[in-house]
Design a binder for this molecule. Structure first.
Ligand code: C2E
Ligand code: MG
Ligand code: MG
Length: 716
């Protein structure tokens, strides 16, 4: 049996307690955590608790300010506060008086107040003592923290409700626990229809599963994801939105919620696509414009490259369009263009593109051709479509089209150049009578381009000092003396090695680079003359001059300038060889140039003599000092009597015109012997020496001896 609960005699204890009333009351109110004071019905403050003291001491400037309250009248303080504009003070006063008059047992209100250090909130409560003793208990509970949190919550709630962005909150399992009004406005689903669902119910089929996997991976990794997503509204409409999903974690970092904010960007997308249209399409014909054309062309080229197909690029210009504009005005002209565009577009296949790139200029890109010829029927159809009459307001309009065509990869250049080539071909089609197509001449273009590239290489070669002169001795076989050397150009090509003149394209050309190269040869030969002279070797050097360079208007002036830039070289050591079969367009001018050079002390040789059809005329008219018998006759003179006859004839001519005859291409001792026998002593050729670098010349000259046979056969 449990022991019965004991009871004490309370009578005496209670009377003790009542005797200790004052200290008891103080202790009791000190136990309250809010700031508490006791007032009488007149509003006089009789007692304040410890919390009251602590609060007002801490938040006032003056020390022991709390004691100041005791004995003051609370109602009066309220009245004064009201006078200084604190409306809540009036409310408190009114409530307190209602309690005093027994109309209310208790009054409470929330009361903002500004202490000198911070803004605070109090919950003010006025309570009447139950025993109706004529006392009131007033408590000021500091609820600032609570108020601030509440304010924050209110703000969040406002943001949530009034946001124009849709907001969706899910739990950690991704189940929707709340959505805002904007969510409903955007998706069409109410809060009730959405809460409890997985957001998947909004999904459109525009994104792959991989898209969602990547999205969730990113949210797991970074805690958020931002991107564009297509969802489906309740009415079935698919729309784009910008979505921002963030995970909300608890203190341990565990996901509690996911918050998704999204905006409907349909109008933005529409605007964007409108802008795109404006940027990519011709507003009149609605055909792609130049910008989109280059995009499409680039894609088509890539695609056809991959599928090993050809693409035809067609530049199309209407013939007679200006006349329509002039005669009927631009409005009619515009309508003609629209009809024409539609018609031409109809002749093309799905994979082709027709773009308008200017007034009456169009470009068609014909894709996926197995062979070049496959584009011909399409071109014919385009021509036909363009040439059929167009009726605008009962006016019959007639235009045609001129087409220029090039094909890729046959014309293996970039998109811009393809268009340029098609444009060039279109001009030819116009020139050939319009209303036709003309194919761009790819082979001719390659030849031209190669030529341009070659010339550029020569120009760079000159800058990088890749050219050198080799020298081949010219000797007098009879007396065994070296009478000079011929400078022969070589190209020390960085990739192809040492190249002979036949491999130097600039030599055949009539352009600034060939002139530059020719002048470099003369200048280098002069430098070489000086260098040999400095070691006691006085040698005549003959250089080859192209016929074109010689006929250059200011050749004598340029030559004089080059010579004067080598002031320590006597011009008389320089000789110029000009090919007899060179094309001299104006013999009088050439004669005068040669005469000018002779006046400077420079001699002339007619090179490769006997090969041109005007040999005799030249010999008669041009004041040359020497002639070189062409190596082709020398090579055959021992076996071919007619060749020998020519050699003899040339030697005779030389004598008649008082010129020296030099045999070139002497490859054997026998040839030399034969030449000596018919009175030609001067010679050059492999039998004597091959062309060599300038450094080898002094040693060669020192060591050279004419063949003994030549000495024997010479009549004294
Ligand atoms: P070219 O002026 O008639 O020069 C003689 C050519 O015959 C040189 O060829 C020379 O190497 C070659 N040769 C010399 N002896 C023999 C031989 O016994 N047998 C054979 N088969 N060939 C021999 P290269 O150096 O190839 O020059 C060819 C041509 O290029 C020259 O013919 C000349 O017309 C031109 N050329 C050379 N240098 C220059 C130059 O600086 N300017 C210009 N415009 N033309 C040049
Ligand atoms: Mg020569
Ligand atoms: Mg020659």
């Amino acid at each position: 049996m449990p022991e019965p609960i004991k009871r004490v005699d309370t009578k005496q204890l209670q009377s003790k307690l009542i005797g200790a009333k004052e200290s008891f009351t103080q202790a009791a109110i000190d136990a309250f955590s809010p700031n508490v004071c006791i007032l009488n019905n007149a509003g006089d403050i009789l007692l304040v608790n410890q919390a009251w003291r602590n609060f007002y001491d801490a938040n006032s400037c003056a020390p022991n300010v709390s004691d100041y309250f005791i004995g003051t009248n609370y109602f009066q303080i309220c009245k004064q506060s009201k006078m200084t504009g604190n409306n809540e003070a009036e409310l408190v006063l009114k409530g307190a008086l209602q309690v005093v008059h027994g109309e209310l047992d208790e009054f409470s209100t929330q009361y903002p107040c500004h202490s000198p250090t911070k803004k605070c909130w109090f919950n003010i409560r006025v309570t009447r003592f139950q025993n109706d003793s004529g006392y009131l208990m007033l408590s000021h509970e500091d609820i600032t923290e609570f108020k601030l949190t509440e304010e924050k919550h209110n703000l969040s709630a406002k943001v949530f409700s009034y946001s124009h962005e849709g907001i969706m909150i899910t739990d950690s399992a991704g189940i929707i626990i709340d959505v805002n009004d904007a969510f409903t406005n955007i998706t069409g689903y109410s809060r009730e229809e959405s809460v409890g669902q997985n957001p998947r119910f909004l999904k459109s089929d525009r994104q792959s599963n991989d898209f969602y996997t990547d999205m969730w991976n990113e949210i797991t990794r970074n805690g958020y994801w931002v991107g564009e997503i297509w969802n489906r509204r309740k009415n079935g409409e698919v729309y784009p939105e910008i979505q921002n999903i963030s995970s909300v974690n608890d203190a341990d970092g565990k996901v509690q919620n996911y918050v998704s904010l999204f905006s409907d960007i349909t109008s933005l997308k529409n605007y964007q696509s409108q802008l795109e249209k404006m940027a990519h399409y011709d507003p009149l014909t609605l055909l792609p414009n130049r910008v989109l054309l280059s995009d499409r062309l680039a894609q088509t080229l890539l695609q056809c490259q991959r599928h090993e197909k050809s693409v035809a690029i067609v530049f199309l210009d209407l013939d007679g369009f200006k006349a329509v504009n002039d005669a009927h005005g631009h409005a009619i002209g515009d309508r003609l263009l629209v009809t024409m565009s539609n018609r031409m577009k109809d002749t093309l296949r799905e994979e082709d593109t027709l773009a308008r790139i200017g007034g009456d200029e169009f470009v068609a890109v014909l894709a996926d051709l197995d062979k070049i010829d496959d584009c011909e029927p399409l071109l014919e159809r385009l021509l036909l479509a363009a040439s059929a009459p167009v009726f605008v307001d009962n006016i019959r309009l007639n235009v045609t089209a001129s087409l220029g065509v090039t094909t890729y990869p046959e014309d293996n250049v970039n998109a811009d150049i393809l268009l340029r080539h098609a444009d060039q071909a279109m001009y030819i089609a116009k020139g050939m009578g319009k209303n036709r197509y003309h194919m761009f001449d790819i082979a001719k273009d390659i030849a031209l381009k190669t030529n341009r590239e070659d010339l550029e290489a020569v120009r760079i070669g000159l800058l990088q000092k890749q050219f050198v002169l080799f020298y081949q001795p010219i000797v007098d076989m009879k007396i065994g003396k070296v009478i000079g050397v011929e400078a022969l150009l070589r190209w020390q090509h960085p990739e192809r090695g040492l190249l002979p003149p036949t491999e130097i394209p600039a030599l055949l050309e009539d352009n600034p680079v060939s002139i530059q190269l020719g002048e470099w040869v003369i200048s280098s030969a002069l430098t070489q003359i000086k260098q040999w002279q400095s070691i006691g070797l006085n040698l005549n050097v003959s250089v080859n001059i192209g016929a074109r360079q010689l006929q250059q208007e200011n050749f004598p002036t340029r030559l004089a300038e080059i010579i004067s830039s080598h002031p320590d070289v006597e011009a008389g050591y320089l000789e110029l060889e000009v090919m007899e079969n060179g094309v001299f367009t104006d013999l009088d001018q050439v004669t005068s140039v040669i005469q000018d050079c002779l006046d400077m002390g420079i001699h002339f040789t007619l090179d490769d003599f006997g090969t041109g059809y005007s040999s005799l005329t030249y010999l008669r008219l041009l004041p040359a000092t020497s002639i070189k018998i062409d190596q082709r006759f020398i090579g055959k003179m021992l076996t071919d009597p007619s060749a020998r006859a020519i050699v003899e004839g040339v030697i005779g001519l030389a004598k008649a015109f008082k010129c020296k005859a030099i045999a070139e291409g002497v490859e054997s001792i026998e040839q030399g012997t034969a030449l000596l026998a018919i009175g030609c002593e001067l010679a050059q050729g492999y039998a004597i020496a091959r062309p060599m670098p300038s450094n080898d010349i002094p040693i060669w000259i020192k060591n050279w001896k004419p063949d003994a046979a030549w000495q024997e056969n010479v009549s004294p």
